[in-house]
Write a protein of this length. Structure first.
Lengths: 265, 369
């Protein structure tokens, strides 16, 4: 099978190239964040933690971090709860226009962010709610809930149709069955959705930039720094944001693929 | 078996169930006694599972009344009933271990943790799976999971246990084992079992009484022997066992002895019921496949038919031969596998089927089925 081993080689090379293409800019950003030179040039100068010390000492960064953490935590909780509720509705009930309902629910991520951001800004200023931290939370929840819904729905589709009925049959009221059977069964998906929606919110720039006003989140702050001048601080913040996001996404992946088992096997 | 006087535990009167335009169950009248083992049997879509789900409260009847222990159950929610069910899929909770699965019903009744634990372990022990108490249910074998599911439904000590094809996913040898586990449990506990199945062997092996359903209606109710030997109508005769069915007009009638003219000849039968049909009447007789003799030479008997062999079905010690007459009427004969060799059945040629007049069973006058 020489031909197929050749093909394997080509495919491997292609995959490697793809990863280089995707990750090289990030890798460079990480490398330059530890480089003492003011401009990103090669050869590198000496190793330094100077840029990290600068952002550590910058109250604006702390303020933005605080905002980002609050927004992504709240978004994560709200979007996961909404996503779960929607997925359960889809699982449990059949009604007219259900496919239209599902299409509507899954729509937000397909709308160009800039349009969504503008619409949000217009709407929030109309009702006098723009520039607040919670307006970012609402906007991010709209954006992130469909992801939570999609993840929970996948899990619910794996569930034996009789499981919920079995709980009722053994004396569980509908709420109790929800608490004792549906939620435990969906737990991996719920945790995974919580991580993923937090990541979506933590990274999100366009909506936050339009809606945030004075309450800057980290991505908004990065843009402001870059607008001023080229400052390696950005590489340091960027490295930090990348680490947080990748951790959240990996955690989401791990929890989702976790085979839930109880007791020894 | 003679049993002390019993009162009905379940009464269903004029029960209908519609799903949109589809009528799943119509005009069902049924009483089930305390301590009875009832099997509801039929093909898929006959309404047997819907009937069971109505007893569990998972479906509400469209019309009619359902009473359990005298109490009207129509609007009682599933969790307010004590009608545990053993599911075809078993529906064990995968995120709980075997013991926690069994404890579930007790937990919903807000029993204390130690009490729950003790009872759950007792039931797991009773069903011979206590060593797997702390095991993840997904790692257990089919038979073990089956026993855990049974323990889970019995731990609350219900009066009525509903079983929805619980053995259909098991290997044949395990089915036989579980059948004896089930019948033994039912006798010991004295509780009522309502067992839904499409399997005739399961129903006949375990049940005190078998209910045959067809198109949402009861086609026949009776003890297994009666259902097998004395089907009440053509549907049951065709559904149950291996029956040969012959229809014709009565040509002569002398006491119980009658002669009929059928498409494939003249046959002599004994009318085994009080109302003997009169001459000219259309009648249908059923001859069970195991009551038909098959020979290579023309025998002396009340009834003889000449056939050719079409195919055979071999199930262990028993063989079913499928034969047909010159005009294409099909006959089935059941015989011991060791008798088959004597027939030299692979050489083709003619076979003679014969049966005695008293071997046949006269169907009650045909309804339009």
């Amino acid at each position: 099978m020489r031909q197929s081993s050749l093909l394997t080689g080509v495919l491997r090379g292609y995959t490697l190239l793809l990863f280089v293409f995707v990750f090289a800019p990030i890798a460079f950003s990480v490398i330059f964040s530890f480089n003492s030179a003011r401009f990103p040039t090669i050869p590198l100068e000496s190793f330094t933690l100077h840029w990290y010390e600068t952002i550590w000492a910058d109250p604006d960064v702390w303020e933005a971090l605080r905002n980002s953490v609050i927004v992504s935590l709240c978004t994560s909780v709200l979007a996961t709860a909404l996503g779960f509720a929607t997925a359960y509705t889809d699982y449990r009930y059949n009604f007219r226009f259900k496919s239209a309902y599902l299409a509507l629910v899954l729509l937000p991520p397909t709308i160009p962010l800039i349009i969504m951001a503008l619409a949000m800004l217009a709407w929030f200023s109309k009702i006098g709610a723009s520039g607040e931290l919670w307006s970012i939370i609402i906007a991010h929840t709209v954006l992130a809930a469909p992801f939570a819904m999609a993840i929970t729905r996948l899990r619910l589709n794996q569930m034996d149709k009789d499981l919920e009925s079995a709980a009722w049959n053994l004396g569980a009221s509908e709420w109790r069955a929800m608490r004792e059977v549906i939620i435990p069964f969906c737990k991996p998906a719920i945790i995974s959705a919580a991580f993923l929606t937090a990541a979506v919110s933590f990274d999100e720039f366009a909506i936050a930039w339009f809606v945030s006003g004075l309450n800057k989140t980290i991505p908004v702050l990065i843009l402001e720094i870059v607008q001023g001048n080229i400052d390696p601080q950005v590489n340091a913040i960027g490295t930090f944001v990348f680490l947080v996001s990748i951790t959240l996404v990996v955690a989401a992946q791990v929890f989702f693929s976790l085979r839930q088992s109880k007791g020894s096997t | 078996m003679s049993t002390p006087p019993v009162s009905p535990l379940v009464t269903m009167e004029g029960v209908d169930k519609h799903f949109g335009k589809f009528v799943a169950v119509k005009g069902l009248n049924l009483t089930i006694d305390k301590g009875e083992f009832v099997a509801i049997m039929g093909t898929s879509g006959c309404g047997k599972t819907t009937t069971l789900r109505m007893l569990a409260g998972l479906e509400q009847p469209t019309a009619g009344t359902i009473r359990i222990a005298g109490k009207l159950m129509n609007d009682v929610r599933p969790h307010e009933r004590d009608t545990p069910m053993v599911w075809q899929s078993l529906a064990l909770f995968p995120f709980l271990n075997a013991r926690e699965n069994v404890e579930f019903g007790l937990k919903m009744r807000n029993q204390q943790a130690e009490v729950r634990r003790k009872k759950a372990l007792e039931w797991l022990d009773r069903l011979g799976v206590s060593e797997f108490a702390e095991r993840n249910v997904e790692t257990l074998s089919g038979g073990q999971r089956q026993r855990v599911a049974l323990a889970r439904s019995l731990v609350t000590e219900p009066q009525l246990l509903l079983l929805d094809e619980p053995l259909s996913a098991l290997d044949a040898h395990l089915v036989i084992r579980m059948q004896s586990v089930l019948t033994k449990l039912q006798r010991e506990l004295g509780i009522t079992f309502v067992y839904v199945t499409h399997s005739q062997s399961e129903a006949f092996a375990m049940a005190d009484r078998v209910i045959i359903m067809s198109n949402g209606e009861i086609a026949q109710t009776g003890i297994p022997r009666d259902i097998y030997r004395e089907p009440a109508n053509r549907f049951v005769a065709e559904f149950v066992g291996r029956n040969n069915i012959i229809s014709g007009d009565v040509a002569k009638a002398k006491g119980k002895k009658i002669e009929i003219n059928s498409q494939i000849g003249i046959f002599k039968f004994n009318a085994n019921r009080p109302a003997v049909p009169t001459v000219g009447k259309a009648v249908t007789f059923v001859i069970a496949a195991d009551l038909v003799e098959v020979t290579r030479t023309k025998p002396k008997a009340d009834n003889v038919v000449e056939c050719t062999l079409i195919s055979e079905e071999f199930i262990g010690s028993m063989v079913t031969l499928f034969l047909e007459t010159a005009d294409g009427t099909e006959f089935k004969v059941q015989l011991q596998e060791r008798e088959l060799a004597k027939l030299d059945h692979n050489s083709g040629g003619k076979f003679y089927l014969s049966w005695q007049a008293e071997s046949a069973h006269l169907l009650p006058s045909e309804k339009s089925i």
